[in-house]
Every structure is written in C-alpha cells, then in structure tokens.
Ligand binder design. Structure first.
Ligand code: GNR
Ligand code: NI
Length: 172
C-alpha cells in the first residue's frame, strides 16, 4: 500500500482525457487500494485516477460517515440523468476552495467493479454528485470550470502564489 501524490490545479496533467481500462487485474487492484489509501488520508469522499497522474478511466468513492462503504467504478458511463441539485463542492486538486455547482440529482451508471463484473446501478444524493465530479476529472474537467472566468482565475492565482511560497520555504 502506498499514498499517492495528488496533482493540483492548474497542473496541465489534470486536463488529460483518460482512456478506458483494458484489464481488471491484480495490478489495477493494487492501484485501486493505493487510491483508497490516498483518498481516506486526504481526507476526501472521492478520487479519480487522473488526480494521481494515471490517465485511465477509474475512480473510487466513499461518501459514508463511517468510511466503510467503498465504491469502485471502472470505465463508468452515465446512462441517465434526472433532476437538479446544487452542492457546495470541493476538490482535493483545488485545496481550500468550495463553491456551489449544479448537477443531476439522480444518475444511472454502467461500470465494471473491482472483479471486472459489469454493473448497472442508480445513485442519488452526495454519491451521485461525487461520481459526476469524478467522471469530469477523467475527461480533464474540474469543478472550477463551472465558475466564472474571474473566479477561476482568482483561485488559480492564489494557488500559484501559495505554491511559490511553499517551494521557497523548502529551498531555504
Ligand atoms: O472530497 C471531496 N469532496 C467533495 C464534496 C462535494 C462534491 C464533490 C467532492 S469530491 C472531493 C474529492 C475530490 O476532489 N475528488 O475528485
Ligand atoms: Ni476533485
């Protein structure tokens, strides 16, 4: 098990489009375990492979309070969307910023589970929001893309400035 490094906005690698997973094998399951470890440690309720610089269509999520309800989605496809919900979203790749985003309230998703079995399920509430947020990551999209250009660029400038200060402190 290993904790992975999470890429941060505006890293251009967050803009890559992930390709489908070809084989659900032990190597992929080892990556899934590392992604859960990284997500729980952060802490976060979801993590897309893109965020750890692996550009394959894979995400993990656990929105439960006890953190004992892990979900794995491999090659997820949203088949149906229904209703509208607004959630104050955050992102481990945009640390410290929370903004309202409008998304579908219910979704029907087809995906492979960690054993490579094809599944189809309906989700609602925070898990539905989280899955949509993570699938956006797999397509190179971030929640800040739903905000105004002014807000997005303010967030980018603040994060870049913070990072400069951080690396300066390390060098000294
Ligand atoms: O930890 C997270 N919280 C969250 C809150 C509202 C909507 C989406 C999320 S996902 C986020 C973790 C993350 O960045 N996943 O990509
Ligand atoms: Ni995110």
């Amino acid at each position: 098990m290993a904790k992975l490094t999470i890429l941060e906005f505006p890293d251009p690698r967050l803009r890559k489009k992930a390709v489908p997973v070809e084989a659900v094998d032990d190597e992929l399951r080892a990556l899934i375990d590392d992604m859960f470890e990284t997500m729980y440690a952060a802490p976060g309720i979801g993590l897309a492979a893109t965020q750890v610089d692996v550009h394959r269509r894979l995400l993990v999520a656990d929105v439960s309070a006890d953190k004992e309800h892990p979900h794995v989605f491999i090659n997820p496809e949203i088949l149906e969307k229904d209703g509208v919900t607004v959630t104050e979203e955050g992102c481990l790749s945009v640390p410290g910023y929370f903004e309202e985003v409008k998304r579908a309230e219910h979704i029907r998703v087809r995906y492979l589970d960690r054993d490579g079995r094809e599944c189809e399920d309906e989700f609602e509430g925070l898990l539905a929001v989280c899955v949509q947020h993570e699938i956006d990551h797999l397509d190179g999209k971030l929640f800040v893309d739903y905000l105004s250009e002014a807000k997005r660029s303010r967030i980018r400038k603040k994060l870049e400035k913070e990072r400069r200060h951080h690396s300066a402190a390390v060098v000294i």
